[in-house]
Design a protein around this ligand. Structure first.
Ligand SMILES: [Zn+2]
Length: 665
């Protein structure tokens, strides 16, 4: 009596990657609906099953579909746009471009391109993190791949969310809609601790726990990141994430290049997955993760390509080979991460890392039919030896190429047959991608002459999107304010006196986000007016205020900050501004804490151009809309406390006051 199945894949070498590493030369796999029904020898399965379709896999390896444990799929449309740059410069270049171009349509097309490429290289499951993850989910499900998809949550405005509160709302909706889907596992993706606040990280962990969904984040990609975390928080990155509850979720941590043993132990205890991204780490010179140590300790390690803008492809064959080679070189030991282990990391290891090992990653009865079939007769993979059956692993890892993948099945459905994609129209998406690339080319060329781009090209630009709520009030005399500061009612944490020399370069052009570049020198002076410290920096400023609150409290944003390594003359010549305006101030600054909130209080005398009286400024950094509203209200209270009428405030920057003064005189 034979059992009916949909497919019998027969005659190939079946590489199961089960816990016994069972191999069947001349083996077969039986598939019914979306499941693997049986794995064994061709004769055995032929006797047991009657298949609607039998597929001859002679001279092929039949293996689990590969798992790409970390990527950003829509970035296929940014592939090769800007290479060989430092990570911060690269991000400075890329992020404005993403804000301009990343729309649901962009994300859909980018996902189609990525899925097509991944299917061609034998991938059936991937873990993603990007914007508009909802669209990525729809597209991936349509194409028929399996994925863990993380909706990004950032403190900065993102293409799909102005604030992180908005991103959290998006993320919750995304989870509610997709949780329980046959192919898609929604997840929460705080991009990284350094693009997050404490509240943001905690909110992400709470959301993930509430729905029991994974968190997909970047951890310890560069040494600088770890250094900064230690400096800012007195601890490395894993404990900082742990403190905010991330280790109490099903965590997928990408990169993990610079971890100490204690951190590895904590990740193991938390059952976290690690996505090792060798190409990206090499290309960006981030370093090499201690993969062999992680594997020895029993951590759940998978392999990821990272986004195609930092790789630049999604080829998992290349990635697993590189993982093996890099581990050997790093440990100075060729026996480390042998071929079978490398294939394990790219299959069942990756499935464990993305928390899907119960359904995919190996060829076993009861698991989903996620299968890649690889031709093994290419000249580059010839001849074969038969003295050791394990040779199939080295053939797959060290010699096979992604172009050898001939059939791919995911969830029991063929996505590629005889190298023809069945669920994506490759010609169509290539044509569409060409059009997007042309638009991006035009945009980049247009910006070539902008101060922003020049600032980026100068190198060393730090992306710093900093938001500030502030108020400015002209005063006839500073005595009343000084008296309040002296009476001890306010908690003063720091006091300084400095002279501030600002040169504003003004540009003509249609980018209000990058219309002014400020070269600022601060000279700190002691009681006897002697300079004891000086500093200078460049800041690119927008012309418009983000928002105004009652009583002329403004929300302003400075976009990019760069250290100054050159002279003022150099910058003047380099940027060739349309106009230059100088503002000199004598500034007394107090850092105060009011209602548990930090504020800077400035008493300024504008010396050039000579403006009458003094100005009182109250400022505070902010990251979110609700926080900005709260601080705006506190600022109004502070003004009253200083005996200043809030209605007297002027919603203007010093550059504007200077410009109108110059016009009047
Ligand atoms: Zn990444």
């Amino acid at each position: 009596m034979t059992e009916k199945v949909d497919y019998l894949l027969t005659g190939g070498t079946v590489v199961t990657m089960n816990s016994e590493y069972d191999l069947f030369a001349g083996g077969a796999v039986a598939v019914r609906d979306n499941e693997i029904v049986a794995v064994g020898t061709a004769e055995d399965l032929a006797a047991r099953f009657e298949a609607a379709e039998t597929i001859d896999c002679t001279n092929m390896a039949v293996m689990p579909g590969l798992v790409n444990a970390h990527t950003h799929v829509p970035m296929t449309l940014l592939r090769g746009l800007n290479d060989d740059l430092r990570l911060d410069v690269w991000l400075g270049y890329l992020m404005p471009l993403e804000r301009e171009f990343v729309t649901p349509d962009f994300v859909r097309l980018g996902t189609q391109v990525a899925c097509a490429e991944m299917i061609r290289s034998g991938v059936t499951t991937f873990a993603d993190m990007y914007y508009f993850e909802e669209v990525i989910a729809e597209t991936t499900a349509e194409i028929g791949m399996r994925a863990l998809l993380g909706q990004t949550v950032l403190v900065f405005p993102a293409p799909d969310a102005e604030t992180y509160e908005d991103a959290l709302v998006l993320c919750r909706r995304f989870i509610e809609k997709w949780n329980g889907h046959a192919l898609i596992q929604p997840a929460v993706s705080p991009h990284a601790w350094y693009t997050a606040t404490s509240e943001l990280l905690r909110a992400c962990a709470d959301l993930a726990r509430a729905f029991n969904v994974p968190i997909h984040t970047h951890i310890s990609e560069t040494a600088l990141e770890v250094q900064n975390c230690r400096k800012q928080h007195n601890m490395p990155v894993v404990p900082w994430n742990a403190r905010h509850g991330l280790l109490e979720t099903r965590l997928l941590a990408a990169h993990c290049v610079h971890l100490d043993r204690g951190e590895l132990y904590d990740l193991k205890k938390a059952g976290a997955g690690i996505a090792h991204c060798p190409t990206s780490n090499l290309k960006l010179a981030s370093g090499a993760a201690q993969v062999s140590q992680m594997v020895e300790m029993g951590l759940k390690v998978g392999i990821g390509t990272d986004g195609p803008a930092s790789n630049n492809d999604l080829d998992m064959f290349e990635e697993m080979r590189l993982a093996a080679l890099l581990a050997k070189t790093v440990s100075n030991d060729p026996t480390v991460l042998p071929a079978r282990r490398a294939l394990e990391l790219a299959t069942i290891g990756g499935a464990r890392a993305v928390h899907m090992a119960d359904i995919t990653g190996s060829l076993e009865p009861g698991k989903r039919a996620d299968i890649a079939i690889v031709e093994m007769t290419g000249l580059h993979n010839w001849p074969h030896f038969h003295n050791n059956p394990d040779a199939v692993y080295s053939r797959l890892v060290y010699a096979a190429k992604s172009t050898d993948v001939i059939h791919v099945m995911c969830n029991g459905r063929f996505l590629m047959r005889d190298k023809a994609l069945l669920t994506v129209n490759e010609d169509e998406i290539k044509k569409e991608a060409t059009a997007v690339a042309a638009d991006i080319d035009a945009f980049v060329l247009r910006r070539e002459s902008s101060p922003y781009n020049k600032l980026v090209l100068l190198a060393g630009v730090q992306r710093q999107e900093s938001f500030e709520v502030q108020v400015k009030v002209p005063l006839e005399s500073d005595e009343a304010v000084l008296a309040v500061l002296a009476d001890g009612k306010l908690e003063i944490t720091k006091q300084s006196h400095y002279k501030q020399y600002d040169h504003y370069f003004l540009f003509e052009g249609d980018d209000p986000d990058a219309s002014r570049l400020r070269y600022r020198e601060d000279e700190f002076v002691d009681e006897s007016d002697k300079v004891y410290q000086a500093r200078s920096r460049l800041t690119l400023l927008g012309e418009v205020h983000e928002q105004e609150y009652p009583n002329a409290v403004m929300l302003s944003r400075s976009r990019y900050l760069a250290p100054t390594e050159q002279s003022l003359r150099f910058y003047r010549e380099y940027f060739a501004p349309a106009q230059e305006i100088e503002v000199h101030k004598d500034r007394h600054r107090w850092r105060i804490v009011y209602k548990e909130t930090d504020f800077a209080v400035n008493l300024d005398k504008v010396v050039k151009p000579a403006l009458p009286g003094h100005f009182l400024e109250i400022k505070s950094r902010t990251w979110s809309r609700s926080d900005a509203e709260r601080k705006a209200a506190l600022i109004t209270e502070l003004l009253k406390l200083f005996g200043v009428e809030p209605a007297a405030a002027v919603p203007k920057e010093y550059i504007q006051l200077a410009m109108s003064h110059l016009e009047e005189n």
